[in-house]
Design a protein around this ligand. Structure first.
Ligand SMILES: NC(=O)c1ccc[n+]([C@@H]2O[C@H](COP(=O)([O-])OP(=O)(O)OC[C@H]3O[C@@H](n4cnc5c(N)ncnc54)[C@H](O)[C@@H]3O)[C@@H](O)[C@H]2O)c1
Length: 487
């Protein structure tokens, strides 16, 4: 079964290739997700590690996974480099519409890597096992479906779809083809959100009642003003192919290199960044999603010709489910945050608050406190305004009043702080998980159903922001609902 070939050896010979691919596809043992472990770093500070991960496991010569990346832009290079750090992976091809990026892909990864313009030529190669789809949002669904139908495993960048109805089509293709399909929102594989999930499930914050999450920026690059190369022209860019299903229009370098700023190709700030926040929240709470979505905001600062807003807040109502009590989610992305405020989550429950950023979790278990006797009788309360006789009477009866504050849930004490190890990269873990699924058919961390449940509420924030309407969503059936249910 040893069919590994050196880089650049062209098309595989049919029989050996079939055997290699059948190895990749037939080893079908579903295993439990690797556990998260901790080591004490100091008083109340713990390092979170992953146990039982396939990350360090060397791949055998038979189970090399050959990959190709479609879209060699910013994340195309980052994803490819990250994927190649996972043992047993090999890049054989790329596709991109701008000549300079095809050239640079070969400069970076070697001349043996074949560079195409048309992604369908990548899909036609029998030696490609998995494709990384790192293209603008309006291409995600089309390419994912084509790739799965061509028998490839797919790692598709977030958001999974540009339009909500495309979600069912991707799910259907995943079901029909039985392909390994993972959305590239790396928070789904992050140690941080696994630990958050463990703590929330163990009762560390009591009953969750709200979540706040923000993703703020304060630079032109953060606001998507990426550099346009001086050679951008219809000669170096395949403009018509870029447009795909989007409305036809003449060549426009701004639209090609800064596509996020235009509704025809991107999904605005909510589709780009709320989707990361929603992925982390759904991972940490086990939630399937909200049933009411309201988005509001506008274009406040980056008035550079873009047709999307640069500030948005989302309010999303999560109904009670078997996974969690009802809670309200407040999301925010501000591209002109003069304080340079970054990313933060607060998971709020009656017993505590879990603050989460990319690398750290901090638990505050202050909880809801019973006032002291002194506070009730002499503090900022109505008692001091009553007659002396009434104050005396209340002082005598106070201790027999039943306490209003409910007893705490979960263990009596929890560590206060968790950190990931220095240099930890959740994107790497996401690729480790993806390739483990490709090799061993273990469940992916973020399948098409998870992907739609993270993308749809973000896209509904856009619709709400544009129309002013509150949008209804059925998180179980994954359908937009005509009427908004209020519980
Ligand atoms: N998971 C993350 O953290 C993360 C981070 C950044 C971007 N992304 C996602 O990755 C995707 C790409 O973003 P980016 O910032 O790398 O964009 P980019 O503009 O830097 O790169 C996109 C590339 O796709 C190519 N392309 C466009 N249409 C194509 C087609 N039909 N066939 C082949 N190539 C095509 C373009 O030539 C371009 O080089 C987006 O969907 C984005 O949301 C995810």
């Amino acid at each position: 079964m040893t069919t590994t070939r050196g880089p650049g050896s062209g098309q595989a010979d049919g029989k050996a290739e079939a055997t290699r691919r059948s190895f990749l596809k037939s080893t079908a043992v579903a295993t439990a997700l690797p556990a998260v472990a901790t080591t004490a770093l100091g008083a109340n500070v713990f390092e979170i590690r992953r146990e039982g991960s396939a990350a360090g496991r060397p791949a055998g010569p038979n189970d090399r996974v050959r990959i190709a990346t479609v879209g060699m832009g910013i994340i195309g290079f980052i994803d490819t480099r990250t994927a190649l750090k996972v043992p047993g992976t090999e890049l054989v091809a790329v596709a991109d519409l701008y000549e300079g990026r095809r050239v640079h892909a070969r400069e970076a990864f070697g001349d043996h890597v074949k560079a195409y313009v048309d992604y369908r030529e990548v899909l036609a190669r029998p030696d490609v096992d998995a494709v990384l789809l790192c293209v603008p949002d309006h291409w995600h669904a089309r390419m994912s479906i084509d790739a799965m139908k061509a028998g490839k495993a797919v790692y598709c960048e977030k958001p999974m779809v540009q339009k909500i109805p495309e979600g069912r089509e991707v799910i259907a293709a995943e079901e029909q083809t039985k392909s390994v399909f993972q959305v590239g929102s790396q928070f789904a594989s992050s140690l941080v959100y696994e630990k958050a999930r463990e703590l929330i499930a163990a009762g560390a914050i009591g009953a969750i009642n709200s979540v706040e999450a923000r993703y703020n920026r304060n630079t032109p690059l953060g606001a998507w003003r990426y550099t346009i190369p001086p050679d951008a022209s219809p000669e170096t860019v395949d403009w018509d192919r870029f447009l795909g299903s989007a409305p036809k229009r003449p060549f426009d370098a701004e639209r090609f290199f800064r596509w996020r700023n235009f509704k025809d190709y991107g999904t605005a700030v909510a589709g780009d960044l709320f989707v990361h926040l929603l992925t982390g929240i759904h991972k940490a709470t086990g939630s399937l999603g909200p049933n009411r979505v309201f988005g509001t905001g506008g274009l406040r600062y980056w008035k550079d010709g873009r047709d999307v807003y640069d500030f948005i807040m989302g309010l999303l109502e999560y109904p009670e489910s078997k996974e969690h009590p009802a809670f309200t989610l407040a999301l925010q992305c501000n591209f002109e945050d003069g304080g340079g405020d970054g990313t933060l989550f607060r998971f709020v429950g009656s017993d505590g608050v879990l603050r989460v950023n990319f690398t750290e979790l901090t638990l505050d278990r202050t909880g809801i406190k019973e006032p002291t006797r002194e506070a009730v009788l002499k503090g900022y309360n109505s008692v001091v305004t009553f007659s002396d006789a009434m104050q005396k009477r209340l002082a005598e009866t106070l201790k027999v009043d039943p306490p209003f504050v409910a007893p705490r849930t979960g263990a009596a004490s929890y560590p206060e702080k968790f950190r990931v190890p220095a240099g930890y990269d959740e994107r790497y873990d996401h690729f480790v998980n993806f390739f483990a699924s490709v090799r061993e058919k273990t469940p992916v961390y973020e399948d098409a159903t998870f992907g739609l449940r993270a993308a749809a509420p973000a896209l509904l924030c856009n619709e709400s922001q544009a129309t002013g309407a509150v949008k209804g969503w059925d998180p179980v059936a994954m359908k937009v609902t005509g009427r908004v249910t209020v519980s």
